[in-house]
Design a protein around this ligand. Structure first.
Ligand code: ADP
Length: 447
């Protein structure tokens, strides 16, 4: 394309040159008239094409683009190519959008697109059914006007969308919905909504089944183990030659009882979402109790120490937390050979409070760590069985901690030992004033 500035420059130069010759041959007036006429014609030509361009831009149609002349021919050719590219891209985007809309409409899950102000931009038919929306009427409406469930409003405000929320449908309480917000391109959000009524029913059936079976097994087992103990205690009732068999039977019934108790605890924990009581925990008493239990379980085989910061406590369910801490302490003892060290610590880490149990035991290979809190997951089945484990301990711990919005951190090196830490979030931590803290005010250490 020729440069419009250069062509104007050469034209102006040519005109000035011609006018100078005219000045010399026909006088200044003639030269001035010719110069002015040429400039006016030049301007008129450009004004004409600008007018044409303006007219065309009001209805930009590829087939009606003017041809132009001179530099304008190049300008119109450029506009034509750009317009063609734009039309092609627009058609591609629009067809991709159509395909996306069709695909999203065919999804079994509800999908709602929200803008940065949480107003509805689009939703698919399942979302209309599940949430009672009407795309025609509700586009542009704030989602909070239409989904008026308090749990959802809280979820939206808290802005932590890492996990979905479950809630009963406000339109039909028999339906359970799982909803999750997914932020995208800046402040827009996708609201995904799924009907999980059937999954919930199955889950409830599974929980009830385990709870019922455990309950039904508990009574006969108590009878069997009771009679076994009575027989073993009765003089002459068990011949010496069979005493060891009775001992084994008693040990196995004990294991089964332990397993049933753990299963019942788990199903109880699973049936309630948040901690039942929420009181300030007397940490000093909890830790002393744990120390006593640890010492009796270890039976003098391990070095057990406790270091506790008396200035902090947490709120929660004392019994549940005692069970969680006790599981960690019992594991540390069971998986540490005689002579090992076990350190219990209660301290502050930033805004959080931490209860940790460090042992110098057998340790755990890295690949197992993520799976330890699964039900019945055991690194070494026979070792767990030998030490009276059920494979449910850490599952129970995880459930209790989830109910307390807390988490479990596990660090371990094979053959060196492990550290299991319970981290309580800021909102559960209670910082005690120095006068309320224990008398000596310093860190408590017990051995
Ligand atoms: P179990 O009743 O078998 O101990 P848990 O759920 O308490 O079940 O623990 C799961 C598994 O994690 C155990 O079987 C064991 O392999 C491993 N584990 C737990 N705590 C420790 C620990 N302190 N040291 C080594 N391994 C551990």
């Amino acid at each position: 394309m020729q440069d419009i500035r250069w062509s104007a420059f050469w034209l102006a130069l040519l005109l000035i040159f011609a006018c100078l010759i005219l000045w010399a041959t026909h006088g200044a007036v003639t030269a001035l008239i010719v110069f002015s006429t040429a400039i006016c014609l030049y301007l008129a030509k450009h004004l004409y094409w600008i007018h044409k361009l303006h007219r065309w831009y009001q209805k930009p149609n590829l087939s009606s683009i003017p041809n132009g002349s001179g530099v304008w021919e190049d300008i119109f050719a450029d506009i034509y190519h750009q317009q063609r590219r734009y039309t092609r891209n627009k058609a591609q985007i629009s067809s991709a959008l159509d395909r996306f809309m069709h695909a999203a409409s065919a999804l079994p899950d509800g999908v709602v697109v929200l803008n940065e102000k949480d107003r509805i931009e689009w939703c698919n038919p399942p979302a209309e059914t599940q949430l009672g929306l009407d795309l025609g009427k509700d586009t542009g409406q704030p989602i909070t006007y239409l989904v008026r469930h308090s749990d959802f409003l809280k979820y939206l405000q808290e802005q932590d969308y890492s996990e979905p929320i479950k809630l009963k449908s406000w339109r039909n309480p028999e339906i359970t919905l799982e909803m999750q917000l997914i932020p995208f391109s800046g402040k827009q959000k996708l609201l995904i909504c799924r009907d999980i009524t059937q999954i919930e029913k199955l889950e409830t059936m599974r929980r009830d089944f385990i709870a019922n079976v455990s309950h039904e097994l508990r009574t006969p087992l108590t009878v069997v183990s009771g009679f076994l103990e009575t027989l073993m205690d009765m003089e002459g009732a068990v011949p010496e030659s069979t005493r060891s068999y009775f001992g084994m039977m008693s040990e196995q019934t004990g294991r089964m009882r332990h397993l049933i108790e753990d299963l019942l605890t788990l199903s109880q924990l699973e049936s309630g979402a948040t901690a039942t009581q929420d009181t300030e925990i007397d940490m000093q008493a909890q830790l002393n109790m744990l120390m006593n239990e640890a010492q009796s379980l270890s039976n003098g085989k391990h070095q057990i120490s406790l270091e506790a910061d008396p200035g902090i406590s947490v709120s929660g369910a004392a019994e549940e937390l005692h069970s969680a801490f006790g599981n960690l302490v019992s594991n540390a003892i069971r998986y540490s050979p005689a002579g090992g060290n076990i350190q219990l610590k209660w301290y502050r880490r930033g805004d959080e409070a931490v209860f940790s149990v460090k042992d110098s035991g057998i340790g755990i290979e890295q690949k197992h760590i993520d799976r330890l809190t699964e039900r019945f997951y055991r690194v070494d089945r026979s070792r767990s069985r030998e030490t009276g484990g059920t494979g449910l301990g850490l599952s129970i711990v995880k459930h209790i901690l989830t109910r307390h919005q807390s988490r479990l951190e596990i660090e371990s090196v094979l053959d060196k030992g492990s550290t299991f830490s319970v981290i309580f979030p800021k909102n559960r931590v209670i910082i005690k004033h120095p006068e309320n803290a224990s008398a000596d005010n310093a860190k408590t250490t017990a051995n």
